[in-house]
Design a protein around this ligand. Structure first.
Ligand SMILES: Nc1ncnc2c1ncn2[C@@H]1O[C@H](COP(=O)(O)OP(=O)(O)OP(=O)(O)O)[C@@H](O)[C@H]1O
Ligand SMILES: [Mg+2]
Length: 290
């Protein structure tokens, strides 16, 4: 690599570090597995934290399949640059969003990029976005433990923690364990696991149906020692709320799923009060305040 480009990379990293220093807690939401609800959990955790009065931003780091803007009702809008840098767009509920989706000419355009381009794009974004002071920045990651998670973990050295999304099946457990290994190897503190689609509660009789079983998540926590932060039930109205661009916690605040998401936000706030050592292992939520 040319000395010129190395210099530019260092400058961008330094600029990113300065900008991110205004953000109190930087969290990643990941899972080895696709389609388990990472983006849904990210968007709703962000909306829940904003509802509690925190200033919250979401970086959609899923470059190939960005879905966060749609969940906040801002799909189709365009990010523009002001004197301070790239300006995030405020979604429903006041969460500030940055996503490749907000930079593409139309919704059919695909970014067909290999690793180095993706790494460069994320680095440039982090060096340019004017988030302003935030309490929380949530990073929604694509499935797997490839370029995007690695780039984020390397660029945001002071990540406050990782939230690992799983579903109760045993197949998911096997893949999600890899995401937990990833966090441990990169020294990213594990706040805990979110057991999404945990069950479905019959709206008529109130019976809980464990559609995907329960074994996978129990085994996952036994094998890794990482605690469950929340069980998030299935609610068929979720897709409707995504289509309407309103986070579920705001669309159906009285539902069991929305209440579980609000509890998740509370647990995350508590987990961040844990000692860094306990948070690193994802095993305790006691300790001093942040
Ligand atoms: N608890 C739930 N109940 C019902 N539907 C859900 C629930 N969680 C997520 N979904 C739905 O499941 C689908 C996948 O969710 P989402 O896009 O958040 O997954 P993901 O892990 O981010 O996927 P990808 O790996 O493609 O990024 C979406 O249609 C979402 O609305
Ligand atoms: Mg996603």
């Amino acid at each position: 690599m040319k000395i010129e480009s190395l210099k530019k990379i260092r400058e961008q990293e330094e600029e990113a570090r300065k900008r991110l220093s205004q953000i109190k807690h930087k969290l990643v939401v990941l899972s080895g597995k696709g389609g388990v609800g990472k983006s849904f959990i990210t968007a709703n955790l962000a909306a829940a934290l904003a509802k509690k009065g925190f200033e919250v931003g979401v970086l959609d780091a899923d470059i190939h399949g960005p879905s966060i803007p749609k969940m906040f009702g801002i799909h189709g809008q365009a990010i523009y640059a002001g004197p301070a840098g790239l300006l995030p767009i405020a979604g429903v509920g006041g969460v500030r969003v940055v996503s490749a989706d907000l930079m593409l000419p139309d919704e059919d355009t695909a970014l067909i990029w290999r690793g180095p381009l993706k790494t460069g794009f994320i680095r440039e974004l982090l060096s340019m976005v004017a988030w302003g002071p935030l309490d929380f920045l949530l990073v929604d990651l694509p499935p797997g433990t490839g370029d995007e998670p690695l780039t984020i973990a390397q660029l945001i050295k002071d990540l406050s923690g990782a939230i690992v999304v799983t579903t109760p099946s045993d197949l998911t457990r096997i893949v999600v364990k890899k995401a937990i290994t990833f966090c441990k190897q990169l020294n990213v503190p594990l706040l805990g696991v979110v057991n999404n689609m945990s069950h479905f509660t019959c709206p008529v009789c109130g019976t809980k149906h464990y559609i995907f079983g329960q074994a996978g998540t129990s085994r996952l926590t036994e094998e890794t020692g990482v605690r469950v932060l929340a069980d998030i039930p299935i609610d068929p109205r979720i897709n409707e709320s995504v289509d309407n661009g309103v986070p579920f916690v705001l669309a159906y605040p009285e539902s069991e799923t929305a209440r579980s998401l609000m509890d998740l936000a509370e647990r995350v706030v508590e987990a961040l009060k844990a000692t860094p050592e306990a948070a690193r292992e994802g095993t305790s939520s006691s300790g001093q305040g942040p």
